[in-house]
Design a protein around this ligand. Sequence first.
Ligand SMILES: *[C@@H]1O[C@H](CO)[C@@H](O)[C@H](O)[C@H]1NC(C)=O
Ligand SMILES: *[C@@H]1O[C@H](CO)[C@@H](O)[C@H](O)[C@H]1NC(C)=O
Ligand SMILES: *[C@@H]1O[C@H](CO)[C@@H](O)[C@H](O)[C@H]1NC(C)=O
Length: 372
Amino acid sequence: MVLGSSRPMFLVAALGLAALVSAKSQFGEACSQSNAHLDAGSFQLLTDCDPTLYCADNSTCAYKGCRKDTYPFGYNDYLYDQLPPLCPEGQFCPDEADQCKPQVAIGEGCQKDRDDECQRPPNYKDLAGYLNTNGTACLNFTCYLADVTLGQTCVNDNTPYTAYNDEGAAYAFIVSRDNCANGLYCDGTELKCMKSKLVGAVCSGNKECLSYNCDNSKCGKAADAVVHPPSWQYVLIGLGILILIGGVMTGLWLMHRRSRKENQIKLEQYYNEQIAYRQSIMSMSHAKNSLLSLPPNTSPDFARQSLYRDNDAGWSSATDGGLVPPNMRRDSTSGWSDSDKPTSNMAQADSEVLLMPDQRYADAPESSRRFR
Ligand SMILES: *[C@@H]1O[C@H](CO)[C@@H](O)[C@H](O)[C@H]1NC(C)=O
Ligand SMILES: *[C@@H]1O[C@H](CO)[C@@H](O)[C@H](O)[C@H]1NC(C)=O
Ligand SMILES: *[C@@H]1O[C@H](CO)[C@@H](O)[C@H](O)[C@H]1NC(C)=O
């Protein structure tokens, strides 16, 4: 129990101590220049001071006087205008970034991998390349010209950086630099400049390949190589796009055609319904007239008798060409259906809607004839 509860306490205390130790001094606080060193994994300069400060000669932290990167580390809370200045051409900002200094001559000392601290040669345009800076290289803390030709003795500078894989495990990532001219590399065992290898050749390090990419012991494509897809891929993608567009268009067209058809049928039915309704009203009014207005000179008794006679002038049956009672409706089977009926069938179905088999009214035929 005692052990179980004290262990987390110890861990917290240790973490707090670590935070205290790693806390950097602020402006004006004490620091020691002798504590400045390169980080073992990243070879970055570490001092006692905050990243925006350097350890000045009077052993206090002071604000940096220049910067070597356009966007320097540690200046998240600063506006671009508030950053310390970049150095003009011919000068460099050292790692501690106290102030700009003039570039040094070839053969003199430079800071780790700071090729830009070396004076560029007059023919820097011929020597400048991917693996040097304006024709100079800082190897083993000394400025060199990157101009050694094929077969000549060269200087190698291997730096094992600490890298981390997906699981967080550390491994050494060795960067090898040399002073051979462009298109050559310094062989690690013979220390002589050799011709860089083409894609597909056997290699043991990135710098042996012209593409600077040694992948599984063979020179691979450069990391920034342009990918050129074969033309059949263009054709395939183009066809795919066309088929997709065509499919969407056809689908929309089919959908629209279907709904247009449904709408038309509904409209036709509504129209027929209206005509039937109108004719029902007219039949009703006609029937009322024929029932209530007796022919002239009819005695009430005769009129009463006519209700029970079949073949008289008054209406009694639909079979003798008289009027159909107004409440005769079309049969229910002629209702709208989803099936694709030809329009001629529809016209026949519509004709059932009409109450009169033969049009008797002067105004009925022209409206109903539309659907014949
Ligand atoms: C120490 O030196 C820096 C840079 O020269 C200066 O800004 C700072 O005021 C000095 N501090 C003291 C206590 O002299
Ligand atoms: C390299 O040369 C170019 C062209 O003159 C110049 O703009 C650049 O500042 C030089 N780089 C360094 C690190 O001196
Ligand atoms: C690096 O330089 C030091 C002296 O500055 C020298 O003793 C050492 O041999 C050099 N190393 C290589 C690999 O050239």
